[in-house]
Design a protein around this ligand. Structure first.
Ligand SMILES: Cc1ncc(COP(=O)(O)O)c(C=O)c1O
Length: 296
C-alpha cells in the first residue's frame, strides 16, 4: 500500500494491528516519532536498551526480557536512525524465533535499506518464510531517492492486515497525491545509477565525518555501516548531550542533535547527519575540533 511517506505507513501499520493497552517494543535510542505513533494507536511503548558495546545493535536476549503477555509487536529499524547500525542476519533470525514463539507482529522500518556501505549485506526479517506474514515492511522514497518532501512511502505485508489500511487512510489523508506517486514510479523504474552514486558519496562523507571525529581528543565514534548518521560518544566531556549540543550550536555554529532526544540510552552521544557537502562537513569537523581544543 502506498502511503504519505514512511510516517503514514508506520502509523497505519500500528492502527491496524494494536489494541488499546497492548505493548510495542522499540529500541532505545530510536527515531522519536515511533513513541508518539504507538501512543496515538492507544498502545504503550516499551524500550529495550541498545548498547555501544554491541555495535549499537538490538539483541534478541534484551528483547526477550521485555516481552510480557501484553506485547503485541516489535519495531525494528535497520539501518538505524540515529545509530547508523545495521542488524546482522544472525540476530534477526534469533528475533524471528521470539516473534513466532510469542505470536507477535514486526514493523520493520527499512527506509535506509539501500544506504549501506562496505559491501555489507542487507537482510530483512521478511526473508524468513516462517514469519513472513507477521512482518510489515515499511519503506519510503525519502532516503534512497532523496525525495523527502514528495511524501511517498509504502508498506508491504500480509493482505489480511494491509486490507484494513485504506479504510484508515481514507479518513486521514484520502490518498497520496497522484502526481507524487507518478514521480515515485519514475524514480523506481529509472536507472538506479544515481542511487549507487549517492551511496558512494555518503560513504566518502561518512569517512570525512567519522574519521574526523575520531581524531578529536575526547570523542570516539563507531563507523556506521549504513544510513547517513554518525553517533559519536562525547561522555568524556562531562556534559549532558543537550548541553554539549547547545554549546556547539552557539559557540561553534555546528548543529547536532543531542543523543538524549532519541531515548535515555542516547545520553552522552550526539547524532550528526552526513548528508551534506564534503566542504561543509570538513568545515563542521574543523569547528568541532577547534571548539574542543579551546574548551576542554
Ligand atoms: C528511521 C526513519 N523512519 C522513517 C522516517 C520518515 O520517512 P518519511 O519521510 O518517508 O516519512 C525517517 C525520517 O527521518 C527515519 O529516519
Amino acid at each position: 500500500m502506498v502511503t504519505v511517506g514512511a510516517m503514514e505507513a508506520i502509523s497505519l501499520s500500528m492502527l491496524a494491528t494494536v489494541n488499546p493497552g497492548d505493548e510495542v517494543i522499540v529500541p532505545d535510542p530510536c527515531f522519536p516519532n515511533y513513541i508518539g505513533q504507538i501512543m496515538i494507536a492507544g498502545a504503550k511503548p516499551v524500550s529495550v536498551p541498545v548498547y555501544e558495546e554491541n555495535d549499537f545493535n538490538i539483541r534478541a536476549e534484551d528483547i526477550e526480557k521485555a516481552i510480557t503477555p501484553k506485547t503485541r509487536a516489535i519495531l525494528l529499524n535497520s539501518p538505524s536512525n540515529p545509530l547508523g547500525s545495521v542488524m546482522s542476519r544472525e540476530e534477526i533470525v534469533k528475533i524471528a524465533e521470539l516473534v513466532e514463539k510469542h505470536d507477535l507482529i514486526v514493523y520493520s522500518d527499512e527506509v535506509y535499506d539501500r544506504i549501506i556501505f562496505d559491501g555489507m549485506e542487507y537482510f530483512s526479517m521478511a526473508q524468513i518464510l516462517e514469519v513472513r506474514d507477521r512482518v510489515l515492511i515499511i519503506n519510503s522514497f525519502s532516503k534512497s531517492y532523496a525525495m523527502t518532501g514528495w511524501r511517498v512511502g509504502y508498506v508491504v505485508g500480509d493482505k489480511k492486515i494491509i486490507s484494513n489500511m485504506p479504510k484508515l487512510q481514507e479518513g486521514i489523508v484520502s490518498c497520496v497525491p497522484t502526481f507524487t506517486q507518478k514521480a515515485a514510479i519514475e524514480a523506481i523504474s529509472g536507472t538506479q545509477e544515481t542511487v549507487k552514486q549517492m551511496v558512494k558519496d555518503y560513504a566518502r562523507r561518512r569517512d570525512i565525518v567519522i574519521d574526523g571525529l575520531n581524531n578529536i581528543p575526547g570523542i570516539t565514534c563507531k563507523k556506521s555501516p549504513g544510513s547517513f548518521y554518525a553517533f559519536p560518544n562525547i561522555k568524556s566531556f562531562g556534559k549532558s548531550s543537550q548541553e554539549f549540543a547547545e554549546e556547539l550550536v552557539r559557540e561553534a555554529g555546528v548543529v547536532a542533535v543531542p543523543g538524549s532526544a532519541f531515548g535515555n540510552m542516547g545520553e552522552g552521544y550526539l547524532r550528526i547527519v552526513f548528508a551534506n557537502s564534503d566542504e561543509n562537513l570538513k568545515e563542521a569537523i574543523r569547528r568541532i575540533a577547534e571548539h574542543v581544543k579551546k574548551k576542554y
